[in-house]
Design a protein around this ligand. Structure first.
Ligand code: AMP
Length: 285
């Protein structure tokens, strides 16, 4: 069932809760692919009722980012969700979520601001304010849907870690379920933004996974010095790749490390053909 208003979602969830049913939430920005569907499948398996939110959240986009051209495919998304056994697709308008205050400014909107230590690195460095927008909308969705479980992909590992921190710090009564990264056979991590890649760019985009896989192989062979591991990446980079970051951080608290271990997550962001792509891997996996 496709629902556009907060009031209607609340009404349905209230009925479910009266019956003692468990509720799962999968927050998305739509343009659903198999990565999203893996979260949805997990939610349908684990919960009695599942809500998938489809909302391109304006306040998590920075000036100059792709808010206007972000792919919007609600009809297809709704069909995919129906087929997957989702009970509600919640697709609010920006006005439904934020009233008239849809700009990314805290002059008129109450924000949830994650800790600086978690956002002054990786994607937070170039996307200033992005995680304020993410935490604010996820917090709103939690308040609207009141899920027992919420499903997030390790594809956006910094986002997942920040949301886990928010839930802990603010005592939000929801259990976060992390879900592994889904890739194409080629190794390219699925992303709604892959739609912007030309066929040539798609081949160049394999560089992210190549670098991560090679680093993991080197680690498994016994190299733990982070500088030495970083060095192994450069052989894969050409002038077609604009590397934004390659970082080795603790998977729980995003602390930097000089010596890699099994709890180190390697994060990469690289622009290919003007499209910003991210990927990551946990060395102990
Ligand atoms: P998005 O629509 O990009 O905001 O993503 C919604 C959710 O799907 C987030 O929790 C993402 O981490 C997750 N997700 C996106 N791509 C993938 C993928 N390739 N594998 C696993 N989860 C993913």
């Amino acid at each position: 069932m496709l629902i556009h208003t907060i009031q209607d979602v609340r009404y349905c969830v209230k009925q479910w809760k009266k019956e003692g049913l468990t509720v799962g939430l999968v927050p998305t920005m739509g343009a659903l692919h198999n990565g999203h569907l893996s979260l949805i499948k997990k939610a349908v398996e684990k919960c009695d009722k599942v809500v998938v939110s489809v909302f391109v959240n304006p306040i998590q986009f920075c000036p100059g980012e792709d808010l206007d051209k972000y792919p919007r495919t609600l009809d297809e998304d709704t069909k995919l969700c129906d087929k997957a056994g989702v009970n509600i697709v919640f697709a609010p308008s920006p006005t439904e979520m934020y009233g008239e205050n849809q700009m990314r400014t805290n002059d008129f909107l109450t924000y949830v601001i994650p800790p600086f230590f978690y956002v002054n690195k990786l994607c937070g460095k170039s996307r200033v304010g992005h995680f304020d927008g993410v935490c604010t909308v996820v917090n709103k969705l939690f308040n609207i849907v009141q899920p027992d479980y919420a499903f997030f992909g390790e594809k956006d590992a910094q986002q997942l870690i920040i949301i886990q921190k928010m839930v802990k710090d603010l005592n939000i009564p929801v259990q976060i379920i992390p879900c592994p990264i889904i890739r194409e056979d080629s190794g390219l991590a699925l992303s709604s933004r892959n739609k912007y890649l030309s066929e040539d760019n798609k081949i160049e985009a394999l560089v992210l996974n190549k670098i991560l896989s090679n680093i993991k192989n080197c680690y498994k062979k016994g190299i733990t010095d982070v500088e030495a591991l970083k060095e192994t990446a450069y052989q894969f980079l050409t002038d077609k790749h604009d590397l934004e970051y390659l970082e080795f951080l603790d998977q729980e608290n995003l602390e930097e490390t000089n010596t890699a271990n099994d709890t180190t997550r390697v994060f990469i962001a690289c622009k290919v053909g003007g499209v910003r792509l991210i990927d990551n891997t946990l060395l102990g996996e």
